[in-house]
Ligand binder design. Structure first.
Ligand SMILES: Nc1ncnc2c1ncn2[C@@H]1O[C@H](COP(=O)(O)OP(=O)(O)OP(=O)(O)O)[C@@H](O)[C@H]1O
Ligand SMILES: [Mg+2]
Length: 249
């Protein structure tokens, strides 16, 4: 947040505007005789409308954390609360409903259905969502309004990723969780994809979390959280976040 008036106001603003709160999150993967401690006690929140970038070395726990916040996985210990709903006590059906209604996911690989067009891939989601925008509007938002009837094989990697983003945002989720959305793309194409995420965050107000290996990208965020070895090592706000087009990497 740029120039908060007082620390007290900041604290009040932040606690009033948390969409999702994770408390004391731990994750232990049991691999035969060995326990892998992926998360070692993380307190984190996502705030209304913010764009948060999550940095950290390979293996530091970024994907594990995002998967737990998005309801794709559950913590070993700790709590996740979405608005007034405690997800820790949710059963599988409730967790599925939470993901379906409130979270859009974007991954490194686009997971589009090859036999469906761009429009049909997005429609798969809009047909079951309670409050969707149309597939056409979603594809327009990612600048693919001219490619509605193209199949994934007829689109470049960056274009396929934009279809995946259109699919994720078409249901108008409260939160968008992106795990290395540019990981499979060259820098120029990655930039276009990040500009699309920046636009979705700005125009739809979708609370957005983006995992990246690419530290300079953090300049586009309102807030940057860095993980190391399953813990939050650093957290800070950009008082002046940069438009993606001005970031050099
Ligand atoms: N399903 C799993 N079973 C066992 N160990 C796992 C599993 N998933 C992750 N881990 C371990 O948990 C730790 C954190 O993994 P995670 O995938 O969250 O890291 P990451 O920060 O996303 O890394 P990367 O940048 O390489 O994607 C790693 O040591 C990893 O090996
Ligand atoms: Mg990862």
């Amino acid at each position: 947040m740029a120039n908060p008036a007082t620390v007290e106001q900041t604290v009040r603003y932040r606690s009033a505007n948390a969409v999702l709160v994770g408390n004391a999150l731990t994750k232990v993967y049991r691999m035969g005789e060995v326990n892998v401690h992926a998360l070692r006690g993380i307190d984190i929140a996502l705030y209304e409308g913010e764009l948060m970038v999550l940095l950290g070395a390979s293996g530091s726990g970024k994907s594990t954390l995002l998967n737990i916040l998005g309801g794709l996985d559950v913590p070993t210990e700790g709590r996740v609360v979405y608005r007034d709903q405690d997800l820790t006590s949710a059963d599988n059906d409730q967790l599925t409903a939470f993901r379906r209604d409130h979270v859009g996911f974007v991954f490194q690989f686009y997971n589009l259905i090859p036999s469906l067009t761009a429009r049909e891939n997005v429609a798969l989601v809009t047909e079951i969502a309670p409050n969707p925008i149309t597939p056409e509007a979603a594809l327009d938002l990612v600048d693919l309004g001219e490619r509605l009837d193209h199949f994934p094989a007829q689109l470049s990697g960056g274009e396929q990723q934009r279809v995946a983003i259109a699919r994720a945002v078409a249901k108008q989720p409260d939160m968008l969780m992106c795990d290395e959305p540019t990981g499979a793309l060259d820098a120029a194409t990655g930039r276009i994809v990040l500009e699309v995420l920046e636009r979705v965050n700005r125009e739809l107000g979708t609370t957005t979390a983006i995992i990246t290996h690419n530290a300079p990208i953090a300049a586009m965020a309102d807030r940057v959280v860095t993980l190391a070895d399953g813990l939050i090592k650093q957290e800070g706000y950009n008082s002046q976040k940069k438009p993606v087009r001005e970031i050099v990497w």
